[in-house]
Ligand binder design. Structure first.
Ligand code: ADP
Ligand code: MG
Length: 386
C-alpha cells in the first residue's frame, strides 16, 4: 500500500499583504500543501500555532508590531511546540539558522515556488522520519450518492480498527446537516455536538465533555441536533477540530454527506485518503465519475482515493466489468451484501462487526481495516495505544 499522501499544513505569520499574496499564489496549484491561515499580528501567532498544530510555520523576520518575527520563533520553541520554523527574510537582513531559538531554516527573498515547496516537503519528511508527528491517520468515507452505505461502513470500520489494532479511534459525523449517527446510535437529543466545542482555543480536556462514548469502545463527535444549526459550523472550526483530534487519536474516521460544501471539502482536504463507496448502480457510477473529475481538478492525487464496492455480490443485472470501466481501475475493497445482519444491527444501534464477527461482511471489513492501518501500530508509541 502506498503511504497516504498527507497534506502539509502550513501556517504563515506575515503582515505584508503582498508577501502573503505571493506565497498564496505559489501554493495555489499545490494540492500537497494547505495554507491554514495567515496571521498578521505576532501576539496571536503562538496561541494559534499551539491550537492549529501546523506541520510547518513560516515567520517573516521583519514582522512589525509588538511581537517581532524572531520573538515569535523563540516563543514557539520555548513553549516546546514541536514544529519546524522557517524564517523569511531579505538579503539586507541576514538571519542565522539557530534551532534552539526557533530558526530551523531561513528562506531569503526572492524565492521560487520550487524553492518553497521543496523546503516544505523536506521539513515535513524530516519531521515524519523523526516520528514526532504524522502518525495519526484520517479517513473520510465518501460517496457520490446517498443511501449506499457510508454511515454503516464508517461506524463499523471505526469499531473494527479499534478492536483489531487497539489504535485509539474517533468517528466524526461530518454529515453536519443531516447527521445520521444520532439516529443510528439512539443518542439523547441533548447529547453534545461539534457545536459545543469552544470556537477559539480547543483543549484536549474539552473533547471529553463533548465526545459521545459508544459502548463499542469508540468515541464519536456528533453533528448538531438540528438541521439549521449546520450553518454555524465553519471550515475553520473543522480545521481546528481535526487538528486536536489528530493529536489525541491515532485514527480518525469521518462520515460525510454527498454534497460538496466548503465544510465537507475541508474534511476531505484533511483526510489522508477518501474511501469512496460505490455500488452496482448506473447513477452511482455516473456520479462517481463526475466527482472524480472534480477531485482531479482540485488536485487530489490518484492514490488519495480508494474505491470500496459495497454489496459487491449484487450486480443487479449489470456487467461486473462496468465498475472497472467507470472507475478506470478495479476497486481496492469489496463488501458483500448482508441485508439481514446489517439492517438488524443498524436498527439496534450496534455495529454488525460485533453482532456477528464471523459473517463474510465482517471479515471483509476486517481486511479493509487491516489495509488502512498497515504499519500504523509499529510507528506509534506504546502509550498511544489502548
Ligand atoms: N453491505 C450491505 N448489505 C446490506 N445492507 C446494507 C449494506 N450496506 C448498507 N446497507 C443498508 O443500506 C442502507 C443505507 O445505508 P447508510 O449507511 O445509511 O448509507 P449512506 O450513509 O450512504 O446514506 C441502510 O439501510 C443499510 O442498512
Ligand atoms: Mg449517511
Amino acid at each position: 500500500m502506498p503511504t497516504p499522501a498527507s497534506q502539509i499544513r502550513l501556517l504563515l505569520i506575515e503582515d505584508v499583504p503582498q508577501v502573503a499574496q505571493y506565497v498564496r499564489g505559489l501554493l495555489n496549484s499545490q494540492a500537497a500543501i494547505r495554507l491554514l491561515d495567515v496571521v498578521t499580528d505576532g501576539r496571536q501567532a503562538v496561541p494559534l500555532v499551539s491550537e492549529l498544530r501546523p506541520d510547518v510555520v513560516i515567520i517573516d523576520a521583519l514582522l512589525q508590531g509588538k511581537v517581532k518575527g524572531l520573538d515569535v520563533a523563540q516563543q514557539v520553541r520555548q513553549k516546546g511546540i514541536n514544529v519546524p520554523v522557517v524564517i523569511l527574510t531579505v538579503p539586507q537582513k541576514p538571519v542565522q539558522v539557530a534551532p534552539d531559538r526557533g530558526v530551523d531554516r531561513v528562506l531569503t527573498m526572492p524565492f521560487s515556488g520550487y524553492d518553497l515547496v521543496n523546503l516544505l516537503q523536506t521539513l515535513s519528511a524530516e519531521r515524519q522520519a523523526s516520528g514526532a508527528e504524522g502518525s495519526s491517520r484520517v479517513y473520510s468515507i465518501f460517496a457520490a450518492k446517498g443511501g449506499i452505505g457510508r454511515t454503516t461502513i464508517a461506524f463499523n470500520l471505526a469499531v473494527t480498527i479499534n478492536q483489531q489494532s487497539g489504535l485509539k479511534t474517533v468517528l466524526v459525523d461530518g454529515s453536519i446537516q443531516y447527521g445520521d449517527m444520532r439516529a443510528l446510535l439512539k443518542v439523547p437529543h441533548e447529547a453534545p455536538s461539534i457545536l459545543d466545542l469552544p470556537t477559539d482555543r480547543i483543549q484536549e480536556s474539552d473533547l471529553s465533555d463533548v465526545l459521545w462514548r459508544d459502548p463499542s469502545g469508540i468515541d464519536i463527535l456528533l453533528a448538531p441536533p438540528r438541521v439549521e444549526m449546520a450553518e454555524m459550523v465553519t471550515s475553520r472550526d473543522v480545521d481546528k477540530v481535526l487538528s486536536i483530534l489528530r493529536r489525541v487519536y491515532q485514527v480518525v474516521i469521518i462520515d460525510t454527506p454527498t454534497a460538496l460544501s466548503d465544510v465537507v471539502l475541508t474534511f476531505l482536504d484533511n483526510s489522508d485518503a477518501l474511501i469512496h463507496v460505490v455500488t452496482f448502480e448506473s447513477t452511482v457510477l455516473y456520479n462517481t465519475r463526475a466527482v472524480g473529475e472534480t477531485f482531479r481538478a482540485i488536485g487530489y492525487p490518484v492514490d488519495k482515493i480508494r474505491y470500496l464496492l459495497n454489496r459487491a455480490d449484487s450486480a443487479g443485472g449489470m456487467d461486473p466489468k462496468s465498475i472497472a470501466q467507470a472507475l478506470g481501475r478495479d476497486p481496492e475493497f469489496h463488501l458483500s451484501s448482508d441485508g439481514r445482519l446489517v439492517v438488524e444491527s443498524n436498527n439496534q444501534g450496534v455495529p454488525f462487526v460485533l453482532a456477528n464477527p464471523q459473517a463474510a461482511i465482517s471479515q471483509e471489513l476486517a481486511r479493509v481495516a487491516e489495509a488502512l492501518t498497515e504499519g500504523a501500530a509499529g510507528r506509534l508509541p506504546a502509550a498511544a495505544r489502548r
